[in-house]
Every structure is written in C-alpha cells, then in structure tokens.
Design a protein around this ligand. Structure first.
Ligand SMILES: [Zn+2]
Length: 511
C-alpha cells in the first residue's frame, strides 16, 4: 500500500513537472511577433562582421568586436556586461598588407590569404618548387632533398579541381529522412583525431626543416578551395614557444593547379604583419540579465556562441551568426519585459577555433578543476547551457547529448515550433564546439540541430564567410526559439536534469 502511494505521488510529481514545462502560448506569441516584426538581427550582425572585421583570437579585430558587443549589451537593462580574461592565450597578430602575384612566365594574380600567425614576407621573390603533401610532412625526406629548396617558394600539391560537384546543390536543408537518421556528429572522428595529434607534432618540425634548407615561403590550396572559395585557417603558431617559421598562404586550387602545370613560375610576395612579442590574455564577453525571482536568481541559464573567427572574411556564419542570435534572445527577453526567474547569462567565447580555449578555461575557472577534476561550488548554480555554432541555418531540433531525462522536457518546449520546422530531438551527441566544455563539467549542455545551408560547401573557414551569406530569416527563427527556451528554463521549478559526471579528462574532436 505504502509503495502504491509512493508511486502515485511520484507519478503526480512527474506529471506536474511536465505540466509546468509547457511554454505559455501567450509568451511564445509575444516573442514571435516582436522578432518577426522588429528584429535587431541585421544591425547586430553588421556590428560583429562589417564593423569589427575578422575576429582572430587575441587580435585587434576580436577586441573591436568584444568592445562593441559589451556596449550593445549595455544599451539593454543588463545587470552586468564586460570582458573576462580566461588566462594566457598567445601572440596578438594581424596582417597589415598582403599581395601575391606571379611574375614569370607572365603576370597573373593569385587568389590568396595569409595564414594567421604567419611571419612577415618583405617583398620576397622566388621560383616555385612543388612537393607532395606526404613529402611536406616527412622531415627525413625534406632533409635529404634540402638543396632543391634554397630561395624557393614551396607549393604543396593539391588534388585537381572536382568539376563534378558543380552539378550538385551548394546549399541544403535537412529533409525529414536526414533528421530521422541523425547520428553522433563530429567534425573529426576519434580515429582521425589520433592522426591529427601526430600531424600537429610533425608539422612544425617539417616547416623548420624547410626553413633550414633556405625555403622562403609555403603556398597551398586546402580542400574545398575552388569555385571562388578559399579556405584559410591556422593549424598552429599562436603560442610563443611554437611559432610559424616561414611565411605561409592559402591559395585557390585553380591557381595551385595552374602553377603546377606551368614549368617555371616566379612569385612575388609581400606580407606585412603586426605581431606582439609577448603573449596576450584570452578574452570572453559576458553579459547578464538578472533573474526576477529572489528564490531562483542566484541560479543561471547560460547561452553561448564563439566570437572569434578566422581572417579571410568576417566570420559571419562561423560564428557571428550564433553570437547575434544569443544577443538577440537576451534583447527580446529584456525589451518584452518578460522577467525571467533565473538569471540569464550570455557568453561570447574567444579561442574556440584554436580548441575551445575560451569556454573550456571559463569552465575550469568557475565550475570544475582541470587537473583534479573536482567540481567547484558554483557549478551547481548553472541550470543549463545552450550553444549555437553550426552556421546560419535555422534550428531544426536539438542534440540531447545522451541525456534521456531532458527529452520529455524538450518535447514540450519544441511543441509550439512545429510550424517553424523545429521538432527533432535526438539523443545523439554532437561535437566540435563549446557545449562540450560544459558537458564535461556535468552541466546539462546542448547544441541545436541546424540546417546546413552552404556552411560546408562555401562559408566554413573561407573567404566567403561574410554578412551576405547570412540567412537573416533563419537567424530570427533561432532567436525566437532560444529566447523561449531560455525563458522557460529560467521559470522552471527545478534546474534541468543533469547526467552523471564523467570522470575522464576533457577531450574534444577539434583542433
Ligand atoms: Zn564555429
């Protein structure tokens, strides 16, 4: 009998909890109307892209964006907005001018972008010699062939341009079949990660061998760098104790192929850079809207996206898009005077592209010791962390990150957004971005499922990642959903249920 009563009470509690999880339709309506009629997404996106420029971690562009975001937050009724250092990061670097042209056998321009943290190249001129990617990563081979690199630009061979892909579609949305069959989604598998560790160790060693042999610069076309797209990113070089030793640039594959086909090409390169001699600290932007419920407002609902980008464009889809959506969600809650119960905190991270440095160090500074893996007291104040970092595509659902207890809650929360195309909840994990830091600290942490659009074909880490490639209507939809999720998490009686804490060291699938 007693057992029966206890189970009846348990069922009643469960139903009560689920009942409180239905979002008030009037709130949803208010947020939708405000966003679809008076969105600030375009202005916010221009502030972080056109006005700030590329936002390489530690660079003046990053600082422009961070300062701009803080000032923007302060226009609203935030209880706090400012930058927060996470500790040492690396070299402050920016390019001041750059050109790369062929001068022999005739003049032609090269579509090229300097690799961040590359050293300067002061009006260098030299012939090109081509080596394979395998040779470029074989220190012994490079030493044995050292004589052929003196005063040469080294072109690392790339595969010919794949013209078949031009018959395909550049931008896509998830269809139902794709949503139904989502799996664990990592940019890099754990198997690939092992090879990458070896590569990361080997690369600086091989570059030093080329430098010692007298090479004057490295040019290469990364995968996907064709049809007007040039991928541009750095693999290492931001640490003072592991700097890049040769000027290095990413070029269009069509140019790389043309140089390879021509017998003798002489290039002229000029790269002027401003780089600090000492390392600078890494920065995150933090803003808070104080919760209105005195019983709950010491607890926090966190929204986050990374502010840093690469430099060939202005990082519009990676990831001004996510930052703008999180800022807009906070602005909606404030301007509509919805009075969230718990405090809402937005974090715009630095250092994501170099390996989740901003979010991971924030987590180790506040929530969990890095070495001992001890949980810190303030960890228990965080109800949930929501992240947006998969491009400009609208939200289609959420990766529940193996947290079965949140599934029925998210089902209720997504119910009003069926008509906006967002209703998929998968238990699968997704990786490569900042929610992983929080997940490691035992905080419920989630990345939304987003439509791919042209993220993988055109904008991710490329020269085309500018404001023009944002899908503004998609970002409005995302801001509506995240504002509603943040509000609902803030007024819920309980924090969101957490998984058991994993006692393994932090690993992630990116660089
Ligand atoms: Zn990103």
């Amino acid at each position: 009998m007693k057992i029966l009563w206890l189970s009846l009470i348990a069922i009643a509690c469960h139903q009560n909890c689920l009942a409180q999880d239905a979002i008030d339709p009037a709130i949803v309506q208010k947020i939708m109307q405000a966003e679809f009629a008076y969105s600030h997404i375009p202005q916010l996106a221009q502030g972080l892209t056109d006005q700030s420029g590329g936002r390489l971690t530690g660079s003046p562009g990053f600082k422009r964006a961070a300062d701009w975001a803080v000032q923007e937050f302060k226009k609203w009724h935030v209880s706090y907005a400012g930058t927060e250092s996470w500790g040492p990061f690396g070299i402050q670097w920016e390019a001041e001018s750059f050109s790369l042209d062929a001068v022999t056998p005739y003049y032609f321009p090269i579509h090229a972008y300097p690799v961040p943290w590359s050293p300067a190249a002061d009006h260098l001129q030299g012939e090109v010699t081509t080596i394979t990617r395998e040779q470029s990563l074989d220190a012994d081979w490079l030493q044995n062939h050292a004589a052929q690199f003196k005063d040469k630009f080294i072109l690392i061979e790339s595969t010919p341009v794949d013209t078949h892909k031009n018959f395909g579609v550049a931008a896509t949305r998830h269809d139902q079949a794709a949503l139904d069959t989502l799996k664990d989604t990592y940019m890099i598998s754990s198997e690939e990660m092992k090879h990458i560790q070896v590569y990361l160790h080997n690369l600086p060693v091989c570059r030093k061998a080329l430098k010692q042999a007298g090479a004057i610069g490295i040019i290469a076309a990364r995968g996907n760098s064709d049809n007007g797209v040039v991928m541009n990113q750095a693999t290492y070089g931001f640490r003072k104790n592991n700097p890049m030793v040769l000027p290095e640039v990413d070029i269009a594959n069509e140019d790389a192929q043309r140089i390879s086909r021509l017998k003798k090409v002489v290039l002229k390169m000029n790269l002027q850079v401003k780089a600090s001699t000492e390392e600078v600290p890494g920065m995150n932007v933090i803003a808070e809207l104080k919760g209105s419920n005195p019983q709950l407002n010491s607890q926090v609902v966190m929204l986050g996206a990374h502010l840093d980008s690469w430099t060939a464009a202005t990082g519009a889809t990676d990831n001004a898009a996510g930052c703008v959506v999180m800022m807009e969600a906070l602005r909606l809650l404030d301007s509509l005077k919805l009075k969230p119960g718990r405090t809402i905190r937005v974090a715009l991270w630095g250092g994501e592209e170099q390996g989740l440095h901003g979010s991971f160090n924030y987590v180790t500074n506040h929530f969990r010791e890095k070495k001992t893996r001890q949980i810190k007291p303030s960890q228990s104040n965080i109800s949930v962390y929501f992240n947006l970092d998969n491009g400009t595509g609208r939200i289609r659902g959420i990766f529940a990150q193996n947290n079965t207890a949140v599934v029925p809650i998210f089902k209720k929360w997504f119910a009003p957004f069926d008509t906006l195309g967002a209703n998929t909840i998968t238990l699968h994990n997704t990786g490569s971005t900042d929610h992983l830091s929080f997940d490691w600290a035992g905080i419920p942490a989630f990345q939304f499922i987003q439509d791919p659009v042209d993220y993988n074909s055109k904008t991710h880490h490329t020269n085309l990642d500018d404001y023009d490639h944002l899908q503004i209507e998609d970002l409005k939809q995302a801001a509506v959903i995240i504002a509603c999720f943040a509000y609902q998490a803030s007024i819920r009686d309980e924090k969101l249920p957490a998984k058991a804490i994993d006692n393994t060291p932090f690993i992630f699938d990116g660089f």
